[in-house]
Design a protein around this ligand. Structure first.
Ligand code: SAM
Length: 401
């Protein structure tokens, strides 16, 4: 009983920002509010764009089983560690073993030409050794191993030459002045992070089960057996506001080869970003449909065709995602969507209205909505490459009957 109470109080503790700096992370106050308001009697909550897991954590605290999906391997690790916890003693033994193994193995090269720009040769050598050791010890197969992989991921930025203040890695004058030529040791940084994670998630006893999947929710190939849910609560990606690939590229190149993904296969698949051939499989008639549901898209496309293409892509990706929402929600379930407007190319895109209309066309009925001040999100400051300015967020709750 003591450990349960202990586990609960640990879950209530907030991770320090350097460990939980997920871009556009929802603050726990809003996540708690959503679960209390819409899912207090829920039997299972799904968040298909779970990010750092704020919504799932709020549901789990109330004993509700949860399922989370995210394409970002860092989100996957963060959410799994938060929801499942890990054994502290075993994780520390494993950490020692990891470092000892790393010192002996042949480095596993990071296949990325820019790696020398971001890390000193000595730091890089240690990361490449840690990669080889992580594979050798099969860290992805246990909760303790995942805690170590999260520690590894969180140590990447701290050990890089990048400015530490922004979610997007860049080497500023400030970073040049304060970090140039300094050696950051991944072995000791990783161990320190594991210590900190242990304070929050070591030996917790989760109050409900959780199932966390790494996958592309808007893909036809997303066929994981995740069942149906009484509630789906999510804040989907914004249009052109956060470039999750760019924000996490350092971590992704290091985790590639350890977790089952390739950078190549996910970099263009983050919804709302500007990568890849955006209009490749969007027919002219589909584009015409999008112009009908979002008339301001015509003006945007005339003014800035590339930005227009991002919005076209976003609409198609969200259509796929909403088809999946229908599939994974009980027939009388509740779908809660948290979404803001975007300012793109100087034109205000009423994203929440767009998504609402797309859902209504699928037979969803809006039964409750209210707007929320944007302070409830951790957003990158504008100067750090935050392009699609968000003015406010709207919480929309739908049923299907
Ligand atoms: C607005 S964030 C969610 C933030 C989350 N509510 C939190 O509190 O941290 C949107 C998330 O969608 C994820 N995402 C983007 N494209 C995706 C896709 N195709 N499939 C699944 N997840 C995706 C991003 O990686 C990001 O974590």
């Amino acid at each position: 009983m003591e450990s349960e109470t202990h586990g609960f109080s640990k879950i209530d503790m907030r991770l320090p920002v350097h460990l939980d700096r997920y871009p556009a992370k929802m603050v726990s106050k809003l996540a708690d509010e959503l679960v209390m308001r819409y899912a207090s009697s829920g039997t299972s909550v799904l968040d298909p764009f779970c990010g750092s897991g704020a919504i799932l954590l709020a549901a789990q605290k109330r004993g509700i089983p949860t399922t989370g999906i995210d394409i970002n391997p860092v989100a996957h690790l963060l959410t799994r560690v938060k929801l499942k916890g890990f054994g502290t003693a075993w994780a520390h033994l494993l950490a020692n073993k990891l470092v000892e193994t790393a010192k002996m193995v042949r480095p596993m090269q990071i296949s990325w030409p820019l790696k020398n720009y971001w890390f000193t040769p000595a730091t890089l050598d240690k990361f490449e050794r840690l990669r080889a050791a992580a594979v050798k010890l099969d860290l992805g197969s246990s909760r303790e191993g995942e805690a170590l992989l999260l520690s590894l991921a969180l140590s990447v930025r701290l050990c890089s030459k990048a400015d530490q203040r922004s979610p997007k890695p860049f080497i500023s004058q400030h970073a040049r002045n304060t970090r140039k030529g300094r050696h950051f040791d991944p072995y000791s940084v990783l161990s320190k992070i594991l210590e900190e994670l242990s304070e929050y998630y070591g030996d917790i006893k989760p109050l409900a089960s959780s199932h966390i999947v790494m996958g592309n929710f808007s893909s036809e190939q997303f066929v994981y057996p995740i069942g149906q849910h009484s509630h789906i609560i999510t804040s989907p990606p914004y249009i052109n506001a956060q470039d999750y690939f760019r924000n996490f590229k350092l971590e992704l190149y290091i985790l590639q080869g350890i977790l089952p993904f390739t950078v190549e296969s996910i970099r263009d698949r983050f919804i709302g970003t500007e990568r890849g051939d955006l209009l490749a499989d969007i027919s002219a008639s589909k584009q015409a449909d999008s112009l009908r549901v979002l008339p301001e898209l015509k003006r945007l496309t005339q003014r800035a065709p590339r930005l227009g293409a991002i919005v076209h892509r976003y609409i198609v990706d969200m259509e796929y995602a909403f088809a999946k929402v229908t599939k994974y929600l009980y027939p009388n379930g509740i779908f809660v969507l948290v979404c803001g407007d975007n300012l793109i190319g100087g034109i205000r895109i009423r994203t929440w209205r767009l998504l609402k209309e797309m859902l209504e066309a699928r037979g969803f009925h809006l039964f409750d909505w209210y707007s929320d001040r944007i302070e409830n999100r951790m957003l990158a400051p504008k100067r750090c490459g935050h392009k699609g300015l968000i003015k406010e967020e709207v919480i929309c709750a739908f049923t299907t009957h």
